[in-house]
Design a protein around this ligand. Structure first.
Ligand SMILES: Cc1cc2nc3c(=O)[nH]c(=O)nc-3n(C[C@H](O)[C@H](O)[C@H](O)COP(=O)(O)O)c2cc1C
Length: 309
C-alpha cells in the first residue's frame, strides 16, 4: 500500500481522509481522522517534531517519527507514509479553507413497527434495545459506522457469528421505514448449507454467497394496501426490501461484522431455490471478514450534492 492523498471527510468539514492505494483499482485503505486529531497531527508535522497522536475508537495511534509516520490501527495492519510526504500533503490540504460544521444527531429511538404478541419476537426486538449492548449503537458511533463500513468478499468461515448479533441484524431490518408502514418485504434467513451452495450458482457463481449468514430480501407488493397501480406498489416494495437490507447491513457493520450485497442474481432461480413466489431483490451475505479493510473512497461531496436554491 502506498500513500496517495489527503481528501476531505464526507460527513464533516472537520478532519480528513488519508488514502493509501494498492495495485488494483479497488484496493485502497482510507483512514478517517477527526478535526482534533488532524490538528494534533499537523502541529507535530509543522513543528518538525516527533510524537504520537492517540485516536479514538478503532484507530489507535499515529506515531510521527523523523523518517516515517506510522498508523498503528486496532485490528488492522499498520499503514506508513514518509514524514516529508505527509507533511507536504497535509500542509497543502490545510491551506484549503473549510468551515467547521459540527454534526448533531439525536438519540436513536426504536419503535417496533409490529405489535409484539409472542415471546420470540419480543426477544428479537429486545436484543436491539438491550442495555447491555447499548454502547454498540450509540449516537456518537453512528457516523463512524457508516463512514468505516467496507464490503468483504472474503469471510472467515471458521468464525461463528454470535446468535445475539444475528438477532440484532434481523431486528434492524424491521426498523427500516416502509411505504405506508405496510412492510412490503420478507426476509429469508438461509441456514441450510445445500441451499446456500445453490444460491451461489443462482448468483452468477459468486462463491462468497456461501457465507456464514445469508439473508434473501424479497419484495412483497401484496402487503402494500394502498390504492395505486401495480407498478407503483412494485416500486414501493422494491424500496422497502432495499431499505431493510441496508439497515441490516449497517447493523452488521456496527457489530464488527462485514457483508457483501448481492444484486447480481437470477430472480427465477433464487425463487425456485427458496421456494417462494416473491421477487428477490438482494442477497445480503454477512460474516467476520478475514481481514478488516478500511472504507473505499467516493466522489467529492460537491460532485454528489446538487444544491437547488
Ligand atoms: C445494488 C447493489 C448491487 C451489488 N451487487 C453486487 C454483486 O452482485 N456482487 C458483488 O460482489 N458485489 C455487489 N455489490 C457490492 C458493491 O460492489 C460494493 O458495495 C461497492 O463496490 C462499494 O464498496 P463498499 O460496499 O465497500 O463501500 C452490490 C452493491 C449494491 C448496492
Amino acid at each position: 500500500m502506498e500513500f496517495s492523498k489527503v481528501e476531505p471527510a464526507y460527513i464533516s468539514k472537520d478532519g480528513c481522509r488519508l488514502v493509501w492505494k494498492g495495485v488494483d483499482e479497488d484496493d485502497q485503505d482510507v483512514i478517517v481522522i477527526s478535526g482534533d486529531e488532524l490538528e494534533r497531527l499537523s502541529e507535530l508535522l509543522s513543528k518538525e517534531s516527533t510524537g504520537k497522536v492517540e485516536l479514538e475508537d478503532q484507530f489507535s495511534m499515529i506515531w510521527v517519527n523523523t523518517d516515517t509516520v506510522q498508523f498503528r490501527l486496532k485490528e488492522h495492519k499498520m499503514l506508513e507514509v514518509e514524514t516529508t510526504v505527509l507533511r507536504k500533503k497535509l500542509l497543502e490540504y490545510e491551506k484549503i479553507p473549510h468551515e467547521p460544521k459540527p454534526i448533531k444527531i439525536y438519540p436513536k429511538e426504536f419503535f417496533p413497527s409490529i405489535i409484539i404478541d409472542n415471546e420470540e419476537e419480543n426477544t428479537l426486538l429486545n436484543s436491539i434495545l438491550a442495555d447491555k449492548n447499548k454502547n454498540i449503537i450509540s449516537e456518537s458511533d453512528f457516523f463512524r459506522i457508516i463512514a468505516t463500513r467496507r464490503s468483504t468478499r472474503n469471510f472467515d468461515m471458521s468464525r461463528l457469528v454470535e446468535q445475539w448479533k444475528i438477532d440484532k441484524i434481523l431486528a434492524a431490518a424491521d426498523t427500516a421505514p416502509t411505504a405506508g408502514n405496510f412492510q412490503g418485504f420478507e426476509v429469508f434467513y438461509i441456514k441450510n448449507k445445500e441451499i446456500k451452495k445453490r444460491l451461489v450458482e443462482a448468483a452468477n457463481n459468486q462463491p462468497y454467497v456461501n457465507a456464514p449468514i445469508v439473508l434473501v430480501f424479497c419484495m412483497d407488493p401484496s402487503r402494500v394496501k394502498i390504492n395505486f397501480p401495480p407498478e407503483i406498489l412494485a416500486k414501493f416494495s422494491l424500496q422497502d426490501a432495499t431499505l431493510a437490507a441496508a439497515y441490516s447491513q449497517l447493523a452488521a457493520s456496527s457489530l464488527g461484522l462485514s457483508s457483501i450485497w448481492i444484486g447480481m442474481l437470477d430472480e427465477e432461480k433464487v425463487r425456485q431455490i427458496i421456494n417462494t413466489t416473491l421477487r428477490p431483490s438482494s442477497i445480503l451475505c454477512i460474516g467476520y471478514p478475514h481481514q478488516k479493510r478500511l472504507p473505499k473512497s467516493r466522489r467529492k461531496l460537491k460532485d454528489l450534492i446538487h444544491v437547488i436554491e
